[in-house]
Design a protein around this ligand. Structure first.
Ligand SMILES: [Ca+2]
Ligand SMILES: [Ca+2]
Length: 727
């Protein structure tokens, strides 16, 4: 298909012939890319196929050491002419190639001159099996005389079209008609490589599906965040969950899968399925979480009180009665759901609870959390309130109690208190009311205490007044006030506030970022008061900043997981529920999910890396930098980070063997046993050890390390009871 016309130039440079020993390097598809090997004087360079050209190799024209190739056109004035050195390899549709060559043109007055109007370039040609050209790409053109070797002439092709059988790399010299002379260029050090396109990369949104007790279908989006075409299929490991369609392909579009739930197939209260998305860019798994509606939620509060340094909870049971009083260990997360695009606007954020609760509440339960701390009430009127009550119902049914901020982001918004307490005080999921958020801190971006006050004393007076307001509205739940550190602006100020000014506060929360431990926090607290201390925020973000301003770095899930694990382990010896001489109630990780609105200079629709350097304490975070939009133990898409699983492990102590101890007091039989925090237990009874039936008691959540069931003394001579863990 090619015609070799060998034109020997009429003036010859001196030739030096060597057989070069250099082998080809890396993935260069060319043989003899530097025109170094297999050469003899005045012969064609054998690996390169010439067309209408002369090609010679000289030392004088080489780029660096070795040889380069002089290439000449045929010349003649009547016709345009080409000189072309090429190599061809097999190829197929969809492949992509890049090529380059260094080129130079001689100064005028040499043995052959550059002819004006000529150009040199790299050309890559796709051909079918018959040799016909299907597509072609050219590098920029070299068009002037007397150039040194500058940058290589480079070209990258589009994807090879259908029918491609060969790809040809060529070094081209073109001379227009009109000048009888031959034109000339020198090529050297060519490269020709297959471009390995980045693979397709699957992404699903959301990364966890929640059906709650009511949904029968929801949707899942599948996208390709890589290149090329993503081919996917999706399957459920449970017969009651069916994704439709079950497969598809996507290049840049978003594919929507409807996931249908057959509720009659659910057999246990808390069901989980795994959806596996299998693709040509790797596989993903995501949980699908569904619940059965197994109880109604009584419109009566649980009773929560402070006894010494303990928080005692009598949970309201579904039948309306109160459970036994048990010390509550707070294990959970600050929960502030936020979709991409959700701004700091309180009402936008309030509405997010109803958007996400079906997924989030189950994810919290599945990590053995029993408490969610919200900075914002979910709404107090109209449809917002109705939706919010469903959210609280779901929390209750999943054994999660709520620390609810009543002054709107802890901002001394006094007008918010009455509607919030009135709306929620009879809901059994409420654990306690929170006021303020780091209200003792003075910050350059918020140069007021408790948002509105010039002095700390004024802020403390407002805090006390608000605590009294809450107490006047509700006596079933303690009032908690949230500090930022307990030594800011100084320990004496906090001591005076806690002991005297804010005496109406029952429980103190503290957001603590001291480093990998709490470093004397609990001793410092014991020197102030015996009131309970709750770690309302602890943790770190999942982004390791390596260079600041602008913050640059990468996600580091292990960094976050390790920090959280270390902090929880440092906290647990101080739990008042376990040791009444200690004052710590537990803590809520900051925070459950990423919030993309938090970097003020960024976009609420972008996962920004912004934040602030912890100038007051370089150890506050492992990288010395708080990346505000990366604090979640799950992402904004509900993809679970390592920290989620670390806290799941921390919140669930290893199983301990049962040793049920009976005791009779009056007419009541008590069955006591060591329990695992967060585990649910159920009681069954039998007359013959063969047939078991559920005892008339709701399952108990272990909120202490010792649980007991109480029941009337059986009338029968012998009754057998057994306690079992409820999944
Ligand atoms: Ca960080
Ligand atoms: Ca953002």
């Amino acid at each position: 298909m090619k015609t070799a016309i060998c034109l020997i130039p009429n003036r010859m440079p001196g030739l030096l012939v060597l057989l070069a020993g250099a082998g080809s390097l890396h993935a260069n598809l060319l043989v003899n890319p530097g025109f170094e090997s297999g050469l003899l004087a005045e012969t064609w360079n054998p690996q390169w196929v010439p067309v209408e050209a002369g090609a010679l190799v000289t030392t004088t024209a080489a780029r660096g050491a070795g040889y380069g190739a002089w290439v000449y056109t045929a010349g003649g004035s009547a016709l345009e002419s080409y000189a072309y050195l090429s190599q061809t390899v097999a190829a197929s549709a969809g492949q992509k190639f890049s090529g380059s060559v260094f080129a130079r043109t001689p100064p005028p007055g040499q043995w052959i001159d550059w002819v004006a109007g000529s150009y040199a370039c790299v050309r890559i040609v796709f051909r079918n099996a018959g040799g016909a050209v299907l597509a072609m790409a050219e590098s920029p053109h070299l068009t002037t005389a007397s150039t040194p070797y500058g940058a290589a002439l480079e070209v990258t092709t589009a994807l090879a079209p259908g029918g491609t059988a060969y790809v040809e790399f060529g070094c081209l010299l073109y001379e227009p008609a009109g000048d009888p002379r031959q034109s000339v260029v020198n090529f050297d050090d060519a490269t020709f490589e297959a471009v390995i396109p980045p693979p397709p990369v699957p992404a699903v949104y959301p990364a966890a599906l929640g059906f709650g007790t009511d949904l029968t279908s929801t949707t899942l989006q599948i996208r390709n965040t890589g290149s090329d075409t993503l081919t996917w299929s999706i399957a459920s490991d449970k017969p009651w969950l069916t994704p439709v369609p079950a497969s598809g392909t996507t290049t840049t579009e978003t594919d929507t899968v409807t996931v249908n739930l057959q509720r009659s197939g659910l057999t246990t209260p808390y069901e989980s399925a795994v959806l596996t998305v299998t693709t040509n860019g790797g596989n993903l798994e995501l949980p699908a979480l569904a619940e059965t509606l197994r109880a109604t939620v009584p419109a009566l509060p649980s009773e929560v009180s402070v006894a010494g340094s303990r928080l005692m909870v009598r949970r309201r049971l579904p039948n309306g009665t109160l459970d036994l009083a048990r010390p509550h260990v707070i294990k959970g997360a600050a929960w502030s759901p936020a979709d991409s695009g959700c701004t700091s606007d309180p009402d936008q954020r309030r509405n997010q609870f109803a958007t996400w609760y079906r997924t989030d509440v189950r994810l919290l339960k599945d990590m053995h959390a029993n408490t969610a701390y919200v900075f914002l009430d979910p709404g107090t009127a109209g449809t917002q309130l109705q939706a919010s009550l469903r959210v609280l119902d779901a929390l209750y049914l999943n054994g999660i109690m709520v620390v609810m901020t009543v002054d709107q982001d802890g901002s001394d918004t006094t007008a918010n208190i009455l509607p919030v307490v009135n709306a929620y005080r009879n809901h059994p999921a409420i654990l306690m009311w929170a006021l303020g958020n780091e209200w003792n801190l003075w910050r350059p971006d918020r140069p007021k205490y408790y948002y509105h006050h010039d002095t700390l004393a004024q802020a403390a007076a407002a805090m006390q007044a608000n605590a009294l307001t809450v107490k006047s509205l509700d006596s079933n739940h303690p009032v908690c006030s949230i500090l930022g550190e307990i030594n800011q602006p100084d320990a004496a100020s906090v001591t005076a506030i806690v002991r005297t000014t804010c005496a109406a506060v029952d429980v103190w929360g503290a957001n603590i970022y001291r480093g990998a431990g709490f470093y004397g926090l609990f001793d410092e607290w014991a020197a102030i008061t015996t009131k309970p201390l709750y770690l309302s925020e602890f943790g770190t973000d999942a982004f390791r900043t390596s260079s600041w301003w602008p913050p640059v770095g990468a996600e580091d899930q292990a960094m976050q997981a390790n920090r959280l694990t270390a902090l929880w382990r440092d906290l647990t010896p101080h739990l008042s529920a376990v040791d009444p001489s200690q004052a710590c109630l537990g803590g809520t990780v900051f925070e459950f999910n990423d919030e993309w609105w938090k970097t003020g200079t960024g976009s609420a629709s972008v996962h920004d890396s912004g934040g602030y350097e912890t100038t007051w304490n370089a150890d506050a975070h492992p990288d010395g930098f708080a990346n505000e939009e990366w604090f979640g133990i799950v992402g904004a898409d509900r993809g679970r980070r390592q920290a989620y699983f670390s806290m799941q492990a921390q919140f669930a102590p290893p199983p301990t063997p049962f040793a049920v101890r009976p005791a009779v007091q009056g007419g009541t039989l008590y069955l006591s046993f060591p329990a695992e925090l967060g585990q649910r237990y159920a009681l069954e009874e039998s007359g013959d050890l063969a047939t078991w039936s559920a005892a008339p008691f709701a399952p108990l959540d272990a909120t202490a390390t010792e649980l007991s069931f109480a029941c009337p003394l059986p009338a029968a001579k012998s009754r057998f009871f057994r306690v079992s863990r409820v999944p």
